[in-house]
Design a protein around this ligand. Structure first.
Ligand SMILES: NC(=O)c1ccc[n+]([C@@H]2O[C@H](COP(=O)([O-])OP(=O)(O)OC[C@H]3O[C@@H](n4cnc5c(N)ncnc54)[C@H](OP(=O)(O)O)[C@@H]3O)[C@@H](O)[C@H]2O)c1
Length: 234
């Protein structure tokens, strides 16, 4: 039980990669708190034994209150993010791209800054970005901007926040509800298109990404790195 008794927060931990990560940490003996907004997902997470708390990470006042009430934490994983920002640039509404930044880049930064006074010395911080930041493919330049902005912050920020360890995990295509904005058939086609040129020819399962997050949280020498978990996609 590698994380026995340690306190872990997964912001955006009621679905997909965050939820798989929560299960990993709990199996290793951690006390795990997950946040999200959807009441049904929160209830399901609570039912399986996670401490599930309703929290909108775009709301700084709510974040400050949350950390004052629930901190301190030994590990912080910031997994939240939405799907706005995907699509070909020429036809894209830039307002939608701005919303994409709000729901991922700014929500992740608000969470990180609010958390800092409530992390224990030596705590690990892992943010989830995306391989889109480094891919050449049509339709993803908006996601590249959002995730690239966060990835570029990681090295410098890890030096500033030297009493913690900060890393990013950068997945490629992962089979999670993130893709549910597409009809089922289109989702399958999109997975096939994105994974056609990688050795596995399949998207990752969220547990495969969770495994790397758990490694980064547990390894005391890893910091300042963006680690791709993308099957060779980016
Ligand atoms: N799936 C992929 O192919 C893929 C690839 C590369 C990168 N990523 C990144 O990986 C991260 C996790 O994605 P996922 O695939 O696990 O997606 P997911 O299944 O849709 O899960 C997203 C989680 O974030 C929470 N969340 C979203 N906005 C929030 C907010 N403002 N405040 C609090 N919680 C919020 C959601 O909770 P509610 O439902 O309650 O809002 C949910 O728990 C995202 O940053 C995504 O961009 C995913």
């Amino acid at each position: 039980m590698k994380f026995r008794g340690q306190r872990v927060l997964i912001a955006g931990g009621t679905s997909g990669i965050g939820l798989a990560t929560a299960r990993c940490f709990r199996k290793e003996g951690a006390h795990v708190t997950v946040t999200g907004m959807n009441p049904e997902r929160l209830a399901a997470a609570q039912e399986e034994g996670l401490n599930a708390q309703a929290l909108d990470s775009r709301d700084r006042k709510a974040l400050d209150k949350f950390f004052a009430n629930h901190g301190p934490f030994d590990h912080l994983i910031i997994g939240l993010g939405g799907s706005k920002g995907m699509g070909e640039f020429s036809g894209m509404s830039l307002d939608t791209l701005k919303e994409g930044f709000e729901e991922k880049f700014w929500a992740q930064l608000e969470t990180l800054q609010a958390a800092l006074p409530h992390l224990t010395k030596g705590a690990s911080i892992t943010v989830i970005t995306a391989g889109s930041a480094r891919m050449k493919a049509p339709g993803i330049s908006g996601l590249a901007a959002i995730n690239g902005a966060m990835e570029l912050m990681v090295p410098g920020l890890s030096k500033e926040l030297a009493s913690f360890r900060l890393n990013a995990v950068s997945p490629g295509v992962v089979d999670t509800p993130w893709w549910d904005f597409l009809p089922a058939g289109n989702k399958r086609d999109m997975f096939a298109q994105f994974t056609a040129d990688i050795p596995s020819h399949r998207p990752a399962q969220p547990e495969e990404v969770a495994d790397v997050i758990e490694f980064l949280a547990g390894n005391s020498y890893m910091t300042g790195k963006v680690v791709g978990v993308d099957g060779g996609l980016a």
